[in-house]
Ligand binder design. Structure first.
Ligand SMILES: C[S@@+](CC[C@H](N)C(=O)[O-])C[C@H]1O[C@@H](n2cnc3c(N)ncnc32)[C@H](O)[C@@H]1O
Length: 267
């Protein structure tokens, strides 16, 4: 099995991740916490990263298991959890594993994949392996929230391949490093529906030294009906489809997000 999209580079990203402005301000946390509370738990978060969603969920009183392939992202998550009260720590469990093939020996009321880790999977085989593995880990009638970006036709055909662009404000790390992040589409493969991207971090140390760190990874985009068919092939029925974390129905904004709430329908 190939390594999934660029996760090894999460090694240096893990350190910076929680400070990246669009990540720290991402408006999805309440949506996932509310869904976790509604489910009653336990929740499985696939690709939990540094705990951006997992920790608020545990704080809200829900038992949650986070699975991630990156030792480094999980290490940051563990450090963050260690600062939480004992009862919050007791509600969270972390597991290192690959979303395409894991066995936790238990089932969950809800599985979530917040902020697009699923799109690191670039083949239908990997996508189905992941969905079927999650399916096995759901209770009867358990739900899955699959969080994807909605591919914008205008953005997909934009003539910016190879250009480094970025409008994000710089941010400062607790140790004084100043970081400016930019991005680049390296290539677009329209037949495979895969964009190869780079996120480029320009880091300036307090002593003036500079470094340029590159997180390179492929992202597979899925269109609405393709994702619905994929879910159906893997034993899920779509219950709701949202364009945003405020639950705006799909189609009310473009491109918006592609957020599926799907129910397990067969064993
Ligand atoms: C954009 S981050 C999202 C983290 C978190 N869900 C959030 O909302 O902040 C993507 C995460 O997916 C993880 N990931 C990528 N490929 C994976 C795989 N095959 N199995 C498990 N996790 C994977 C990465 O290590 C990373 O932590």
């Amino acid at each position: 099995m190939d390594q999934a999209g660029g996760y090894a580079d999460y090694a240096f990203v893990a350190d910076l991740y929680d400070f990246v402005v669009p990540y720290s301000g991402r408006p999805d946390v309440d949506f996932f916490v509310e869904a976790a509370l509604e489910s009653g738990g336990p929740v499985l978060e696939v690709g939990c990263g540094t705990g951006r969603v997992l920790i608020p969920t545990a704080r809200a009183g829900v038992m949650i298991t986070g699975l991630d392939l990156s030792t480094h992202m999980l290490a940051v998550c563990r450090e963050r959890l260690a600062e939480e009260p004992a009862e919050v720590q007791a509600r969270a469990q972390l597991v290192e594993g690959d979303m395409r093939d894991f066995e936790l020996g238990r089932t969950f009321a809800l599985a979530t994949i917040p902020f697009r880790p699923f799109q690191h999977l670039t083949t239908v085989e990997d996508q189905m392996a992941c969905l079927r593995t999650i399916h096995r880990h759901l209770e009867p009638d358990g739900k899955l929230i699959l969080d994807l970006f909605n591919p914008s036709l205008a953005v997909l055909t934009r003539d910016n391949v190879g250009q480094e662009v970025g409008e994000e404000p710089p941010f400062t790390m607790p140790d004084g490093r100043r970081v400016l992040r930019r991005s680049k589409i390296v290539s677009r493969d329209y037949s495979e529906q895969v964009n190869r991207s780079e996120l480029i971090y320009y880091v300036t140390y307090p002593d003036g030294n500079q470094e340029r760190l590159v997180h390179a990874f492929p992202m597979r985009y899925l269109f609405r009906f393709e994702a619905e068919h994929l879910l159906a092939r893997c034993g899920f029925e779509v219950e709701a489809l949202y364009a945003d974390y405020d639950k705006s129905p799909y189609g009310t904004k473009y491109p918006g997000e592609l957020i599926f709430v799907a129910r397990k329908i067969e064993d």
